[in-house]
Design a protein. Sequence first.
Length: 120
Amino acid sequence: MRKQAAAAVILGMVMQVAMADSVKDYMIRAIDAGEISGVLTDATAKAWQQHSGSSAPVMIKVTPVKEFKQPGCKRLAVVLYQDGVPTAQGPKIRAGLPFEMNMCRDGTPPSVNELGGMSM
Protein backbone atom coordinates (compact mmCIF):
# COMPACT_ATOMS: atom_id res chain seq x y z
CA MET A 1 0.00 0.00 0.00
CA ARG A 2 2.83 2.40 0.83
CA LYS A 3 4.47 1.75 -2.54
CA GLN A 4 1.20 2.57 -4.31
CA ALA A 5 0.80 5.80 -2.35
CA ALA A 6 4.39 6.82 -3.06
CA ALA A 7 3.94 6.04 -6.75
CA ALA A 8 0.76 8.14 -6.85
CA VAL A 9 2.56 11.10 -5.24
CA ILE A 10 5.48 10.84 -7.67
CA LEU A 11 3.14 10.51 -10.65
CA GLY A 12 1.22 13.57 -9.48
CA MET A 13 4.43 15.58 -9.22
CA VAL A 14 5.53 14.49 -12.69
CA MET A 15 2.13 15.41 -14.14
CA GLN A 16 2.29 18.86 -12.53
CA VAL A 17 5.70 19.48 -14.04
CA ALA A 18 4.46 18.34 -17.47
CA MET A 19 1.50 20.72 -17.24
CA ALA A 20 3.82 23.71 -16.79
CA ASP A 21 5.52 23.18 -20.16
CA SER A 22 5.53 25.76 -22.90
CA VAL A 23 4.56 25.25 -26.54
CA LYS A 24 8.27 25.13 -27.41
CA ASP A 25 8.92 22.46 -24.75
CA TYR A 26 6.17 20.24 -26.18
CA MET A 27 7.51 20.74 -29.70
CA ILE A 28 11.04 19.77 -28.72
CA ARG A 29 9.79 16.68 -26.88
CA ALA A 30 7.73 15.61 -29.91
CA ILE A 31 10.89 15.52 -32.05
CA ASP A 32 12.02 12.45 -30.10
CA ALA A 33 8.79 11.09 -28.64
CA GLY A 34 6.53 11.34 -31.68
CA GLU A 35 2.98 12.53 -31.07
CA ILE A 36 2.61 14.24 -27.71
CA SER A 37 -0.24 16.10 -26.06
CA GLY A 38 -0.95 17.82 -22.78
CA VAL A 39 -2.18 20.88 -20.92
CA LEU A 40 -0.50 24.28 -21.19
CA THR A 41 -0.29 26.37 -18.02
CA ASP A 42 2.31 28.93 -19.05
CA ALA A 43 1.83 32.58 -20.04
CA THR A 44 0.55 31.53 -23.48
CA ALA A 45 -2.29 29.59 -21.85
CA LYS A 46 -3.18 32.45 -19.52
CA ALA A 47 -3.28 34.93 -22.41
CA TRP A 48 -5.38 32.51 -24.47
CA GLN A 49 -7.88 32.10 -21.60
CA GLN A 50 -8.17 35.86 -21.12
CA HIS A 51 -8.76 36.40 -24.84
CA SER A 52 -11.20 33.49 -25.28
CA GLY A 53 -13.32 34.15 -22.20
CA SER A 54 -13.12 30.48 -21.18
CA SER A 55 -11.42 29.20 -18.05
CA ALA A 56 -11.14 25.68 -19.52
CA PRO A 57 -7.59 24.36 -19.87
CA VAL A 58 -5.68 25.13 -23.05
CA MET A 59 -4.61 21.87 -24.65
CA ILE A 60 -1.78 21.13 -27.07
CA LYS A 61 -1.14 18.29 -29.50
CA VAL A 62 2.13 18.06 -31.46
CA THR A 63 2.74 15.54 -34.23
CA PRO A 64 5.89 15.18 -36.34
CA VAL A 65 4.95 15.28 -40.05
CA LYS A 66 8.35 15.31 -41.79
CA GLU A 67 11.89 14.36 -40.84
CA PHE A 68 14.78 16.36 -42.28
CA LYS A 69 18.24 14.98 -43.09
CA GLN A 70 19.72 17.25 -40.42
CA PRO A 71 19.74 15.13 -37.23
CA GLY A 72 17.12 16.05 -34.65
CA CYS A 73 15.11 18.28 -37.01
CA LYS A 74 11.49 17.76 -38.02
CA ARG A 75 8.44 19.59 -39.31
CA LEU A 76 5.82 19.57 -36.58
CA ALA A 77 2.05 19.96 -36.79
CA VAL A 78 0.81 21.77 -33.68
CA VAL A 79 -2.77 22.29 -32.54
CA LEU A 80 -3.65 24.50 -29.58
CA TYR A 81 -7.29 24.15 -28.55
CA GLN A 82 -9.74 24.96 -25.78
CA ASP A 83 -13.29 23.84 -25.03
CA GLY A 84 -16.04 26.04 -23.64
CA VAL A 85 -15.26 29.17 -25.64
CA PRO A 86 -18.36 31.42 -25.82
CA THR A 87 -19.56 32.68 -29.20
CA ALA A 88 -21.61 35.73 -30.18
CA GLN A 89 -24.44 33.37 -31.14
CA GLY A 90 -24.55 31.84 -27.65
CA PRO A 91 -23.31 28.23 -27.79
CA LYS A 92 -19.87 27.39 -26.48
CA ILE A 93 -17.44 25.78 -28.90
CA ARG A 94 -14.01 24.20 -29.10
CA ALA A 95 -11.64 26.86 -30.47
CA GLY A 96 -8.41 25.76 -32.07
CA LEU A 97 -5.30 27.13 -33.68
CA PRO A 98 -3.44 24.71 -35.97
CA PHE A 99 -0.01 25.53 -37.40
CA GLU A 100 3.15 23.82 -38.63
CA MET A 101 6.75 24.71 -37.89
CA ASN A 102 10.22 23.36 -38.66
CA MET A 103 12.26 22.84 -35.51
CA CYS A 104 15.39 21.10 -34.31
CA ARG A 105 15.97 19.52 -30.94
CA ASP A 106 17.94 22.59 -29.76
CA GLY A 107 14.95 24.85 -30.48
CA THR A 108 16.34 26.40 -33.66
CA PRO A 109 15.05 25.97 -37.21
CA PRO A 110 16.84 23.58 -39.60
CA SER A 111 19.66 25.02 -41.70
CA VAL A 112 18.79 26.89 -44.90
CA ASN A 113 20.44 24.08 -46.91
CA GLU A 114 18.11 21.60 -45.24
CA LEU A 115 15.08 23.60 -46.32
CA GLY A 116 16.07 23.61 -49.97
CA GLY A 117 17.19 27.24 -50.01
CA MET A 118 14.10 28.64 -48.28
CA SER A 119 14.79 31.37 -45.78
CA MET A 120 12.85 31.71 -42.57
